[in-house]
Design a protein. Structure first.
Length: 136
C-alpha cells in the first residue's frame, strides 16, 4: 500500500484528501516522522470537516510519538476544546503522560467524565469535585 501511495504522490501532491490518506498509511505503518509534514500540508491545503479534525488529532498523536510533546499537547488540547472529541481527549491524556504531566494526564479525563453528569455522578458531585481539585 505504501508503495502505491509513493508511486502516485507527484500526481496528487496538491490534493488534500489524497495526502490525508497517505499520512494515514504512514501513521499506521509507524512512520510518524514522515506523516507529520503531510498532515501539516493537508491542513494548509484546506482540508475541512471531520477529515481536518482527524488530521489534526493524528498529527498531534504523531508528534507525541516522536517526542514533540509540547506541540502535541498544544494541538490536542485545542482539538479537544474546539470539537469536544473524546478521541482528542484520549490522545491528549497520553501526550500529557509522555510529557511528564502525570497529574494533568489524570485530571483531564476525570474532568471530562464529571462534566458529563451521567449515572450516579450527581449523587457524588461535591465529593468528586473536591477530590478532583486535590489533584495538582
Amino acid at each position: 500500500m505504501l508503495a502505491k501511495f509513493q508511486e502516485v504522490f507527484e500526481e496528487y501532491r496538491e490534493n488534500a484528501v489524497y495526502l490525508f490518506e497517505y499520512a494515514n498509511v504512514l501513521d499506521f505503518m509507524g512512520k510518524e516522522t514522515s506523516a507529520i509534514p503531510l498532515h501539516q500540508t493537508t491542513i494548509g491545503l484546506g482540508l475541512s470537516g471531520i477529515m481536518k479534525t482527524q488530521a489534526e488529532i493524528q498529527m498531534g498523536s504523531s508528534m507525541s510519538v516522536t517526542g514533540k510533546n509540547e506541540s502535541a499537547v498544544d494541538i490536542l488540547r485545542r482539538m479537544y476544546k474546539e470539537n469536544d472529541e473524546p478521541a482528542a481527549l484520549m490522545f491528549l491524556c497520553i501526550a500529557l503522560f509522555r510529557y511528564g504531566e502525570l497529574e494533568k494526564s489524570l485530571k483531564t479525563p476525570l474532568s471530562f467524565i464529571i462534566s458529563g453528569n451521567h449515572g450516579l455522578l450527581s449523587e457524588y458531585q461535591r465529593a468528586l469535585s473536591q477530590y478532583l481539585n486535590e489533584i495538582e
